[in-house]
Design a protein around this ligand. Sequence first.
Ligand SMILES: Nc1ncnc2c1ncn2[C@@H]1O[C@H](COP(=O)(O)OP(=O)(O)OP(=O)(O)O)[C@@H](O)[C@H]1O
Ligand SMILES: CC(C)(CO)[C@@H](O)C(=O)[O-]
Ligand code: BAL
Length: 283
Amino acid sequence: MTKRITSIKEMTAIANKHLQAGESIGFVPTMGALHDGHATLMKAAKQDNTVTVVSVFVNPLQFGPNEDFDAYPRDIDKDEALVKGIGIDYLFHPSAEEMYPKQDITLTVGRLASVLEGAKRPGHFDGVVTVVNKLFNIIKPTRAYFGRKDAQQLAIIEAMVEDFNQDIEIRGIDIVREADGLAKSSRNIYLTEAERLEAVALYNSLQLAKDLIDGGERDTAVIEEEITRYITSYSSGTVEEAAVYQYPELIKVDTLEGRCFISLAVKFSKARLIDNIIIGGTK
Ligand SMILES: Nc1ncnc2c1ncn2[C@@H]1O[C@H](COP(=O)(O)OP(=O)(O)OP(=O)(O)O)[C@@H](O)[C@H]1O
Ligand SMILES: CC(C)(CO)[C@@H](O)C(=O)[O-]
Ligand code: BAL
């Protein structure tokens, strides 16, 4: 039975009770509009831990002034049904007033946020680490689960727990995709019918890049150009970013070497989608 909790005080008391009993807490932070990608994170949390917590909170701090905070899909009852179906113990769903009564102090990420999504969405990762820190302090997880779809977010959270000496194991979970390869995302609902069909171009272009790499291509400029050419030829989307970065250092590389990922951001009429493929490593 899942218990829905909106109060920070109650959530913390429950977390303390479980930790004092020697139980482990697995935590999945989300912004709701839950889908199979989130479900995979939840199942991993359930498998690894005694107690599981999922948070649903559309965090105002990580949205820019011209972004989709108001339009972001919200349906807590539907989310609760999915969370219940998986057998999660607690659904933490605080209000913005509960989470940010004062907001006198927020965190800043620095270099890791100066590229990729951080460069395109100024302040975004400051908002993410601020809310994830608060959620970690409230829920005190033993392990926390993040999707590899948001590769830069995962790298930043890993750096945060290291820099702040937080004794929390961060687990990255592989990207869950639709049957045609499109990465599952709450924002896919913004796609028109025609764009939904075209959006498979993101995945296909990353597969094309993988084929080039498997065929020996090491020049990242060539790989980036091919991805852009493919997306532009097969969809109406605009490529905002197609770039190869070292993971987890998030340094742009000219030649493929070691653990890298190709990051892709494409803007359709309303939806801005991201995807990536990891090369030469496991994270
Ligand atoms: N397709 C997916 N595969 C694996 N993990 C995912 C997938 N989609 C989301 N996640 C992960 O779920 C967590 C919560 O993400 P979030 O609630 O923002 O969902 P989302 O579908 O990514 O939404 P958005 O459309 O805002 O990107 C994040 O760690 C994210 O990386
Ligand atoms: C981690 C997160 C829940 C913080 O608001 C969000 O950035 C997300 O859904 O990936
Ligand atoms: N999944 C990342 C959260 C965001 O786009 O704000």
